[in-house]
Design a protein around this ligand. Sequence first.
Ligand SMILES: Nc1ncnc2c1ncn2[C@@H]1O[C@H](COP(=O)(O)OP(=O)(O)OP(=O)(O)O)[C@@H](O)[C@H]1O
Ligand SMILES: [Mg+2]
Length: 406
Amino acid sequence: MESNPLFAAGFGLMGLGAGLAILRQGSVRGFNFLYRQMLVDLEIASKDKSYAWFLEWMSHHPARSSRHLSVQTNFKQHDNGSFTTTFNLVPGPGKHLIKYQGAYMLVKRERSGRLMDMNSGTPFETITLTTLYRDRNLFTSMLQEAQERAQKMQEGKTVIYTSYGPEWRPFGQPRKKRPLDSVILGENVKENVLKDVTDFLGSSKWYYDRGIPYRRGYLLYGPPGSGKSSFIQALAGELDYNICILNLSEMMLTDDRLNHLMNHCPERSILLLEDIDSAFNERKQVADQGYNSGVTFSGLLNALDGVASAEERLIFMTTNHPEKLDPALIRPGRIDYKEILDNASEDQVRRMFLRFYEGEDELCNEFIEKVKLLGHSVSTAQLQGLFVYNKGNPQGAVDMCKFLQK
Ligand SMILES: Nc1ncnc2c1ncn2[C@@H]1O[C@H](COP(=O)(O)OP(=O)(O)OP(=O)(O)O)[C@@H](O)[C@H]1O
Ligand SMILES: [Mg+2]
């Protein structure tokens, strides 16, 4: 056999093939080995806070090459009803290359096709960053930069969160903080509430030492347009807090979700329950029609009692009809501080007028007399409407005073 050249050639080829196969496998292994030794991955899941920060940061990072972009539309409605839209081109699903502090990083954004967040309806996503092992420290500084950037964008702003499935999501862009002195309330009302809140925020130890849940509930009540919501927004700005708004009359909200949401507010935020009376009135009517979803009154009480976090918890509630509230809801421990924000007093009318028309003291007195002649009180929102209509025209405001309705 050995002398048969055909066989010899066959063996030779076989050996060569085997050798090549081994070599190839070896090189794959070798590559994997090197990959493991020399490269590091960092995975950021869409659940994580840094996910949005990173995307935002990367969309503004100059040294990047991306062929796949996604659009992120920010829609913002202003107080006057107008709206603006901005488009942010963020890296879309796919691979991107960025250069950060001299190091190259491969960014892979992936959408997991099968896994879906059932509550929000959005697919789960991950971003994987890959770079050389020796550059691994850059991950931290990069994430820090992204976080600082996100923070800077929120500086001087108040973020409004609304519930979205079981989680809190920012609602629109952060809003400019409302200055506290733009809200004109009765004498000392602002000062007293602010003092109470700051006192509370400074006494965590006192609460813990006594085993009292570290939370405080506030109820602001009064007629529509007296500045309840505006005051809470301004207060949040003053304290540098954000606001989580929960709408109790939302049909999708169940007791469980309410409880979960109330216990998982983003840090440094005020929990705001607006129009707390209407939720249960409507529920009654709805229940008669055979619906059964939504929050029950006892569900709300339990959720309020259950709110206990390592952090402080500020809960604000507003209503136009405090008389409709169940005594169980307004007992101390659930609501610890009540304050009425009423229609404008004479003093408030004066301060409102002078805020819009500086130095017009004479016309201001005339205006106040005219308001008195109306024979009924007016809300601060009505006054604001009148003054905005007569922008820069105090005489016009005085003349139109008679149109202020009850
Ligand atoms: N006391 C006030 N000082 C300054 N502006 C006010 C005051 N009250 C109302 N406004 C203005 O009127 C508008 C409505 O006020 P806001 O939404 O705060 O009223 P509200 O008390 O929350 O009313 P509702 O009970 O209907 O929710 C806002 O644009 C706000 O700027
Ligand atoms: Mg309101």
